[in-house]
Design a protein around this ligand. Structure first.
Ligand code: FEO
Length: 163
């Protein structure tokens, strides 16, 4: 059993996870249009992971006998200014998600809700990985620049995600 406040907060996070999927899919379509197929595939995989994050929370609420309430998903940006812009925005977005996950943990601690705190631990660790992955791509893009041979090599590398 979890509190109504916690139920509401997790439902809000489910919405953010699905928005994240939407945002990364929008970025994937941009990359596909630019013929950066590796980056498009990377973003599609990222979007799938976000759906999995949302579904983990969905499953947790059901397990706890709480109600899943799906709200409208905000429209993501569709105009971007190249790969560096996209990965910088992705990093910023992940930092925003991390902040929200930490707020949820704070709330669980405040409510002495040990089950939710333990459930959220996985997300805390996952966010470290998500931020680090985006940060590393931003740094590589800064090194190789937004076009040319280096960009194509990075595109190929990102296309191998999940192999
Ligand atoms: Fe579900 Fe990228 O955080």
């Amino acid at each position: 059993m979890i509190s109504k406040d916690m139920e509401k907060a997790i439902n809000q996070q489910i919405n953010r996870e699905f928005f994240s999927a939407y945002l990364y899919l929008s970025m994937a379509t941009y990359f596909a249009e630019q013929n950066l197929d590796g980056m498009a595939s990377f973003m599609q995989m990222q979007a799938k992971e976000e759906v999995e994050h949302g579904m983990k929370m969905y499953g947790y609420l059901e397990e706890q006998g709480a109600r899943v309430l799906l709200e409208a998903i905000e429209k993501p940006d569709s105009e971007f200014d190249g790969p560096l812009d996209i990965f910088e925005k992705s990093l910023k977005h992940e930092q925003f998600v991390t902040k929200n996950i930490h707020n949820l943990v704070d709330q669980a601690i405040k409510e002495k809700d040990h089950a939710t705190k333990s459930f959220l631990d996985w997300f805390v660790t996952e966010q470290v990985e998500e931020e680090s992955s985006m940060d590393s791509i931003v740094n590589k893009l800064k090194m190789v620049g937004d076009k040319g041979h280096g960009l194509l090599m990075l595109d190929a590398q990102l296309g191998r995600r999940g192999e």
